[in-house]
Design a protein around this ligand. Structure first.
Ligand code: IPM
Ligand code: MG
Length: 351
């Protein structure tokens, strides 16, 4: 089993190091190959996603990814910015289905931005499309007839792209509580109308799943009003980006949310995928050793589950994180004092 480790920028290396300690403690043999991504890759190689990193990614069964983003690089042309590393990996590797589970750990209800009784009911999965939408449409700046500067980003989805993510959503719902809510903006956007039509067509093969539709503005409201109503939410790239950050605060901290990005490629042990915390590089706290590594440790659990077929080890890690939280091992993101390596220690002890 081969894992490519791309720690990236900011707190990426700190949180990834703790996840690797956890991996090292498991009774499975894996080989690791490291690669540069993001601002650090730009500084070393002149590109945020160097060719050798992409080669390492393709040779692995799975990728463990830290974070990218570096203020030093914000002035660069877009194709040189750190974020292009993650966007490039997602598109080059065909990782179109981004699974972002959000669940309140027992005893953590009080840490949510919501009332505890509302937060306690959260157990949802956002299935975010990752290879299309305004993220990858034609974009640029131009001058209008009036001589004004104008920026544009084209939003589009073809039916094939919608169908495959709809299938991912229905399949996920089947394995959970059998409910799928498709989020769009079909009252305004043509892209969304096509999205809705294709989701309805795909439903014909999934009659056992209860399908509903919601406009994204309402979904944002419902997510704080009564998040317990959601099981699986399937949505496009941009809406999914926004709603998943929102879901993290409903749970309590973005430092707790893992993600899996999957495509069609199978490995000897499961499905090839990229695993990353949903948080970013947090440059404000980078290098201080105070970041919460739990989201990355939980991403490692997802990696073991989906790409390496190690469900039992995945469940062990999740239980160890839950136990650490229940014992009050909280990072600064949750108002606690445990630092990055102490949280790693606490998870290892409970493992
Ligand atoms: C995420 C991030 C990325 C995204 C950025 C870093 C490009 O916000 O994974 O949610 O927008 O997809
Ligand atoms: Mg995001």
């Amino acid at each position: 089993m081969k894992i490519a480790v791309f720690a990236g920028d900011g707190i990426g290396p700190e949180v990834t190091a703790q996840a690797l300690r956890v991996l090292d403690a498991l009774p499975i043999k894996v080989s690791l190959i490291e690669g540069d991504v993001g601002g650090v890759a730009y500084k070393r190689h002149g590109l945020p996603l160097p060719a050798e990193t992409l080669v390492a990614a393709r040779e692995a069964d799975a990728i463990l990814f830290g974070a990218v983003g570096d203020f030093d690089c914000d002035h660069l042309e877009r194709h040189l910015r750190p974020e292009q590393a993650i966007l490039g990996l997602r598109s080059e590797l065909g990782l179109f289905a981004n699974l972002r589970p959000a669940k309140v750990f027992p005893g953590m209800e009080g840490h949510s931005a919501l009332k505890p009784e509302i937060a306690g009911a959260i157990d949802l999965l956002i299935v975010r499309e990752l290879n299309g939408d305004v993220y990858f449409g034609e974009k640029g700046t131009r001058t209008t007839a009036q001589g004004l500067r104008e920026g544009y980003d084209i939003m589009s989805y073809d039916e094939g792209e919608v169908r495959r993510i709809a299938i991912a959503g229905f399949e996920a719902a089947r394995k959970r509580r059998g409910k799928l809510c498709s989020v769009d903006k079909a009252n305004v956007l043509e892209t969304s109308q096509l999205w809705r039509d294709v989701v309805i067509e795909t439903h014909a093969d999934y009659a056992d799943v209860e399908l509903s539709h919601m406009y994204v503005d309402n979904a944002a409201m419902q997510l704080v009003k009564s998040p317990g109503q959601f099981d699986v939410v399937v949505t496009g790239n941009l809406f999914g980006d926004i709603l998943s950050d929102q879901a993290s605060m409903c749970v309590g901290s973005i430092g707790l949310l893992a993600s899996a990005s999957l495509g069609e490629r199978k490995t000897a042990y499961g499905t090839f995928g990229l695993y990353e915390p949903i948080h970013g590089s947090a440059p404000d706290i980078a290098g201080k050793g105070i970041a919460n590594p739990m989201a990355t440790i939980l991403s490692l659990a997802e990696l073991l589950r989906h790409s390496l077929g190690e469900e039992q080890q995945a469940a062990r890690i999740e239980a160890a994180v839950a136990a650490a939280l229940a014992d009050g091992v909280l990072g600064g993101d949750l108002g606690g004092t445990a630092n990055c390596s102490e949280i790693g220690d606490a998870v290892l002890t409970r493992l």
